[in-house]
Design a protein around this ligand. Structure first.
Ligand code: F0G
Length: 401
């Protein structure tokens, strides 16, 4: 029903092979025989979840699942108004079991690890991937090894990786260094690599597109805006929409719009310079540590998704990210981590630049939950007001300007 295929030289590999990139170095994609997939809207009446779309997922055994997906799609009229838009939605992926979209990829990826008989799973991570791998490794009963950039992982994410029992290694280097190391480790030790270079992980993440179209009554929005780090998610969501179009569920595919922080923006530069590939950045830096990545492994796929869909890519400053995070939290009640708020900051900037038309129906994907990074919250919000335990002191403080 499906196989792996190199996106560069088109070499095919059977689904039983443990392989992450082609011998030519190209990225791999999971390719299905769509003529074998008989799926209609009537078959999709079950409540939302990743596994609702099992017919389009490359797994045959009972999945390792914690009920991932089924995240809310909020219509955010106050954000729409403040940005001058008519119709804006937020797909809040922070509502997954571990608080980020990574769970969609991990439920599929860890199940695949079991199918392939792998004994240990591993990843490099800016935090969320490691939290998710630790959790799904625990659920599957498979040891997990995670490599993190020392001092640059939000505490909530680190706490998850530790509590769920992963072996946590803090690398003196950045995410890109950690990814290089874990790829080498997996090759040497036969561990199963679950970064987004693994095409099976992206299959799980494409269900974000399925859910958005499903929640909108089987229509595609005009545009998807999301943060881009290692560039897997933008690739996965684009694939999801393309599959829905191929199967006749939707008529069009949204313009894929990637947002990066000013200090870590190789994809944006490549799009603006019309370059065929990215120039890696050796010292990425941003408050949005989740997307503090200078050499995104899925860059080629992401550039293709952006260009083919007629989308774009833009940078936002750390100040714009923090301000969007505050706005989303305080006017819509949606708590997201800094990286996720870049989608809202990007929407505002692209409308102001006249690149997004105010009539477009836009879905911003917020990838991770506010509670992932509470140290950052304490750093940017006013401190709690400490007072004596008397009603006078309370009343005085409540009405204090
Ligand atoms: N938003 C959040 C909250 C993330 O954790 C990540 C990636 C992204 C956006 C970017 O997604 O890499 O698919 O382009 N976090 C990875 C990690 C790198 O290790 O947790 P991407």
């Amino acid at each position: 029903m499906y196989h792996l295929e190199c996106i560069e030289c088109r070499r095919k590999y059977p689904e039983t092979e443990v392989i992450y990139t082609c011998t030519c170095g190209g990225l791999l994609d999971v390719v299905y025989d769509y003529s074998e997939i008989n799926l209609t809207k009537k078959d999709l009446k079950a409540p939302l979840s990743v596994w609702k779309y099992r017919a389009l997922l490359p797994v045959s055994m009972e999945p390792v699942s914690l009920k991932e997906g089924g995240t809310p799609l909020y219509r955010v009229d106050r954000i729409a108004k403040s940005t001058g838009m008519k119709e804006v939605y937020v797909k809040h992926e922070g509502m997954n079991p571990t608080g980020s979209f990574k769970d969609r990829g991990m439920t599929v990826g860890v199940t695949k690890a079991l199918e392939l008989g792998m004994k240990t799973v591993a990843c490099a991570s800016t935090g969320n991937t490691s939290a998710s791998l630790a959790v799904y490794g625990a659920k599957a009963g498979v040891p997990a090894v995670v490599l993190l950039p020392s001092g640059k992982v939000a505490l909530g994410k680190l706490a998850q990786a530790l509590m769920h029992g992963a072996k946590v290694l803090s690398i003196r280097g950045n995410f890109d260094d950690a990814l290089k190391l874990v790829r080498d480790l997996c090759d040497r030790e036969g561990f199963y690599l679950l970064n987004s270079v693994n095409p099976y992980r992206l299959e799980g993440q494409k269900t974000i597109a399925f859910e958005i179209a499903d929640q909108l009554g089987w229509q595609a929005p005009d545009r998807i805006i999301l943060p881009v780090g290692n560039a897997g998610n933008i690739t996965a969501i684009y694939k999801g929409f393309k599959e829905l179009k191929k199967l006749g569920f939707i008529d069009s595919v949204p313009k894929m719009t990637g947002i990066q922080a000013e200090g870590a923006c190789p994809i944006v530069k490549a799009i603006k310079n019309n370059a065929p590939e990215i120039s890696p950045e050796s010292k990425p830096e941003t408050v949005a540590t989740a997307i503090r990545i200078g050499n995104p492994v899925n860059a080629i796929k992401a550039l293709n998704a952006i260009r083919e869909s007629g989308g774009t890519a833009e940078t936002v400053s750390d100040e714009e990210i923090i301000s969007a995070q505050h706005e989303l939290a305080s006017v819509e009640g949606i708590g997201v981590e800094p990286a996720s708020a870049s989608s809202i900051a990007g929407l505002r900037k692209l409308v102001e630049m006249g690149i997004i038309d105010t009539d477009e129906m836009v879905v911003c994907v917020t990838t991770g939950h506010l509670l992932k990074d509470s140290e950052h919250v304490l750093a940017v919000c006013p401190k709690p007001i400490e007072i004596d335990a008397t009603i006078e002191a309370v009343r005085k403080a409540v009405f204090m300007k």
